[in-house]
Ligand binder design. Structure first.
Ligand code: HEM
Length: 219
């Protein structure tokens, strides 16, 4: 029965071809350092799933944000666990994505023909850091408020366009409900969309070009 359903779907969707091309590829001799890309992908998916659960109770307004997080931590079933995974997962994702970048740099995997894999990776690193920056404000506690005040102030030190960037980030001269609303929107819509798209292109290139392998002495 299962075989029949699979054969029916395979005929229409080409599942076996997708499996062969994506998962049953030939790879050169690799080691554990080559698992960091997949670990980054896993962490992104975990952040997406736990983040979706958090938005069910989180309220992005100055009056309710702090209380809604307290509610998640104390009253929602496994809320503390979901928030804990999202909180520590964020830090871990930055560390793992950065380590993956170092691995591809040290192994010279950015060279021809993988320049675009590297460039989409740069987008992924910046967007991941952006997720950390925008997510940090959401608990709307003292630490979040002042860290974002300082972070947006630092952006203001860029010559010429600095003050403009600070105003765009804050949605005014000071942190307010507008800041919280735009950080929330960027955190749950804009950056995940950018990361999703960049991962799509990144993995397409990984599958198309194959893994580069460990460089030899003569390379
Ligand atoms: C969310 C972030 C990221 C995800 C999910 C991701 C995912 C992956 C995966 C699954 C692979 C194949 C396996 C591997 O080599 O580990 C890969 C390869 C690669 N990634 Fe990433 N990556 C991310 C960020 C980055 C960053 C920040 C860079 C560099 C700026 C980068 C550059 C590369 C390069 C050059 C390769 C080709 C490696 C080779 O052919 O040996 N990636 N990525």
């Amino acid at each position: 029965m299962v075989e029949k359903v699979f054969a029916w779907l395979d005929e229409r969707l080409g599942l076996k071809t997708v499996y062969d091309v994506v998962l049953d590829r030939k790879v050169p001799k690799v080691n554990w350092w080559f698992t960091l890309g997949s670990a980054s992908l896993f962490l992104f998916l975990m952040q997406a799933i736990t983040g979706i659960f958090l938005t069910i109770y989180y309220v992005p307004s100055p009056e309710s944000a702090y209380d809604s997080i307290q509610y998640i931590m104390t009253n929602v079933a496994f809320g503390w666990l979901i928030r804990g995974i999202h909180h520590w997962g964020a830090t871990l994702m930055v560390i793992i994505v950065f380590s993956h970048m170092l691995r591809t740099y040290i192994f010279a995997a950015y060279k021809y023909p993988r320049e675009l894999t590297w460039l989409t990776g740069v987008v992924l690193l910046l967007a991941t850091l952006g997720m950390g920056f925008t997510g940090y404000l959401l608990p709307w506690n003292q630490k979040a408020y002042w860290a974002t005040t300082v972070g947006t102030q630092i952006a203001g030190t860029i010559p010429f366009i600095g003050p403009f960037i600070t105003r765009v980030l804050r949605g005014g001269t000071d942190l307010s409900a507008v800041t919280l609303a735009r950080f929330f929107s960027v955190h749950i819509w804009v950056l995940p969309a950018v990361i999703g798209l960049a991962i799509g292109i990144h993995l397409y290139l990984v599958v198309r070009l194959g893994i580069s392998g460990i460089p030899e002495k003569e390379d």
